[in-house]
Design a protein around this ligand. Sequence first.
Ligand SMILES: N[C@@H](CCC(=O)N[C@@H](CS)C(=O)NCC(=O)O)C(=O)O
Length: 362
Amino acid sequence: MSKKWASDKDGAFKRQVSSFKDVISPNNPVFKPAKNRYWLYVSLACPWAHRTLITRVLKGLTSVIGVSVVHWHMDDKGWRLLKGSDEKDPKFYTPAGGIASATRDHSVAHGHTLNDSTRLFEDASFDPNQQFERLSQFYFEHDPNYSARYTVPLLWDTETKRIVNNESADIIRIFNSGVFDEFVDKEYRDVNLYPSKLQSQIDDFNEWVYNNINNGVYKSGFAENPAIYESEVTNVFTHLDKVENILKKNYQELESKYSDKNSILEHYYAVGDQLTEADVRLYTTIVRFDPVYVQHFKCNFRTIRNGYPYINLWLRNLYWNHDAFKLTTDFDHIKLHYTRSHSRINPLGITPLGPKPDIIDL
Ligand SMILES: N[C@@H](CCC(=O)N[C@@H](CS)C(=O)NCC(=O)O)C(=O)O
């Protein structure tokens, strides 16, 4: 597999279309809802995989669907997992239960700092299902003739040894759909990130946020000629301005309803006044913006923290007031992955230490 990202002949970045798009449902002849049957393979660096981790926690699925985390470094063969021979050391294994296992065991990472350039390979987890050491092996196990990229997130069926789905937008809908309700407590059954009354607004918001912000930062960063970069980066900021105006309006409406700040924050979201998939999908780009996209993808008209007060408040509220967001956000993986895997953008692999802090306190 070439290390070069997909771009057309003019040098514009083109994202690959996901190949596996099945669902888990009682009506599906193969993929029926079950506990401990499906396993999620993610990178903590990847904004698309991050959507699935957040949704897994919000829907209480941490003891229903297991997770393995790939190492942050992606080389020319793609993502790696810890070697099976390390299986017996419990600190290398990410068990299925508990909110902390939304990510890796944090005790493993402690002691490393960002300027530790000899960062150990311990930051990944072991694959307890197939003992695979490469994400690519799942793709070939499913289809020996697979010829596209080996992307995360990957939702794997441990029973049939097949890929259920590798499209994050679908995976979060599967997690939210209620098919796992019988395995979770009532409080999680009541969580609905895609309520019918808001669906068309959410779809509309997601559509332009995806094209212009989620994928927009990649189109800016991976542009291979200045004219494309300039047009894409301008487009990113035009749409961040649009988000800022929406959030400002939402906030001002809440101010007229509630007098205390906590009540306002409890309802301060992108679409409507409740947490939805629109927040999940926007968050994973915005939380990476100042730490990575500003410098690495040259999205540097403004930072979120200094240029967008309403987006910044929305971001800090999600991060500091919601464990599902905070515990699944790993700034080390995020910074190290981009700056040390994209050697065309950053050939020396030196990771900028700032901004400090990674995210401002609330
Ligand atoms: N459409 C996919 C995109 C996933 C994706 O592009 N993942 C990247 C990481 S951020 C990846 O795994 N890339 C590996 C590669 O291109 O070789 C989704 O949203 O699930």
